[in-house]
Design a protein. Structure first.
Ligand SMILES: Cc1ncc(COP(=O)(O)O)c(C=O)c1O
Length: 486
């Protein structure tokens, strides 16, 4: 039997001129979308219920037959999607990607370097390690530091916690199992991201694996609270192995008192992990006051840092950094004879899959690398400073409004606030419900997208000012819409 020629269905899919033409059309379409968003033309969230939206995106028999205009369909996807580049976007902590990073993502998708092993990323691996070095330097970690990029802060925290467990449990967890030693625990704050608790549960530590220390009035975890939690853990018979602090908590953006916590960690010889998924970027800010908020991060044993939050990268680009680069090998201590050479994993440091959850690993450094080359470090410094300045200005406007309450002075680009009309006695549930009504009204207006959060004193509106193109007028309009009585 001889192999028949490549079917036209396949050769057509790889046709060079179709790729060129579709690509040009697509980039034009995206540039038009960027222009429209910057002009505030489309609704930030073109809201339709999930039930109404399901039939719109169902694949039809005609679709299955092929031959359709996929680029035009992508135009429909653009129109129907949430517009992160609209300056009214102030919702979840997801960035409006810098266009250069979006272009880099296209290159990354085309090249598809499954770079768990060096041979599948001869450019991608050294590029990733250069980006990691840059990130370590920006956090002022020592020259021994290193790490990898992985798929999001959630997996980043899990990766770090797996390494911490292997390195601190007192036995070889990888081979002897998680329960061969005493029950372990970490100390974290009541405000830490759910990915920390989730990771501990994946690791089989259960509810008692996290001792949640209370935060102060600024929603920050302090050294004193950590010390009290350590004392409490001793009474409960748990072996505390690490403190997980947060730089930029999810609800309010508060930065824990890292330097104080580093002191406590040092005094008790505990691992000091910083979940800087959101706020490690403060270290890059052009404003020294922002950099001061993460003072102490340079003393961390490990740090998680998302570039797809304040650094304007498309999701997902997360750095997991270790003070001692070699500690990164402890997270996944497996051997895979068909992939990695035998011997110490550090001997083949270029096979990054030894240090990540992913086996096939996306070339995610290119976005940061290309953006640095195109726009320089100073763009990141300005972007981070701008996001925080926008939030600080909005908080100021809120404080000047007698009917809107600021939950806490923002540390970063996240502001929590609620409408509380004076002279109207509302029960707590009514006040909570009012915030949700306001949020729905604001989303329906198409001018802004905001979210909400639950704090100990009730439900608050929450704006993460991710878009550095947001202006004073956008802030004034948002506040006006919050206060609108209808
Ligand atoms: C503090 C913090 N840690 C971790 C995460 C999880 O990151 P990701 O969504 O990239 O998995 C988030 C997400 O918002 C976060 O705010």
């Amino acid at each position: 039997m001889t192999l028949p020629p490549v079917p036209t269905s396949i050769s057509g899919a790889y046709d060079v001129s179709a790729f060129r033409n579709n690509g040009h059309r697509l980039i034009d379409m995206l540039a038009d979308a960027l222009s429209a968003s910057q002009s505030r033309l489309p609704a930030v969230l073109p809201w339709r219920s999930p039930i109404d939206n399901m039939p719109t995106w169902a694949l039809t028999e005609q679709d299955m037959a092929g031959g359709g205009d996929a680029v035009a369909r992508m135009g429909e996807v653009i129109a129907a999607s949430t517009k992160l580049h609209h300056p009214g976007y102030a919702g979840h902590q997801v960035a409006p990607p810098v266009p250069m990073a979006a272009l880099a993502e296209l290159v990354s998708a085309y090249l598809n370097q499954g770079m768990g092993v060096y041979e599948m990323g001869p450019a991608g691996v050294p590029m990733e390690l250069s980006v990691i070095r840059w990130m370590c330097q920006k956090l002022a970690l020592p020259s021994t530091a290193g790490g990898v990029l992985t798929s999001g802060g959630t997996i980043g925290n899990l990766t770090a916690l797996l390494a911490i467990r292997q390195l601190t449990a007192g036995h070889d967890v990888w081979r002897q199992g998680a329960h061969a030693g005493p029950p372990l625990a970490i100390i974290t704050s009541t405000q830490s991201h759910y990915s920390v608790a989730r990771a501990l549960k994946i690791m089989g530590w259960g509810d008692a694996g996290a001792i949640a220390a209370p935060v102060n009035a600024q929603f920050r975890l302090t050294g004193a609270a950590v010390q009290a939690a350590i004392d409490q853990a001793k009474q409960q018979g748990r072996k505390v192995v690490a403190i997980v602090a947060c730089a930029g908590s999810t609800s309010t953006g508060a930065c824990d008192e890292l330097a104080e916590i580093a002191d406590v960690a040092q005094a008790h010889q505990l691992w000091f992990h910083v979940d800087g998924a959101h706020g490690a970027s403060l270290a890059l800010s052009a404003d020294s006051a922002h950099r001061a908020l993460v003072g102490g991060i340079e003393r961390a044993d490990s740090v998680v840092w998302d570039a797809h939050k304040m650094l304007m990268m498309p999701a997902l680009v997360t750095a997991v950094l270790f003070r001692q680069e070699s500690h990164g090998y402890a997270a996944f201590a497996q051997q895979a004879a068909y992939l990695f050479a035998s011997g110490s994993p550090a001997d083949t440091w270029w096979d990054l899959g030894q240090r990540t959850m992913e086996c096939t690993k996306r070339m995610m450094a290119l976005e940061l690398y290309a953006t640095l080359v195109a726009h320089g470090e100073s763009m990141f410094a300005d972007v981070v400073a701008r996001q925080c300045h926008v939030a600080a200005r909005f908080a100021q406007l809120v404080q000047q409004s007698p009917d809107v309450e600021l939950a806490v002075q923002p540390d970063i680009n996240i502001v929590c606030y609620r409408f509380d009309p004076p002279g109207v006695a509302l029960a707590p549930e009514q006040l909570d419900a009012l915030q949700q009504t306001i949020r729905q009204r604001i989303i329906a207006s198409g001018q802004h997208y905001i979210v909400s959060t639950r704090l100990p004193t009730g439900t608050y509106l929450r704006s993460a000012f991710m878009n550095p193109m947001t202006t004073e007028e956008d802030l004034q309009a948002l506040l006006h819409n919050v206060r609108l009585r209808r």
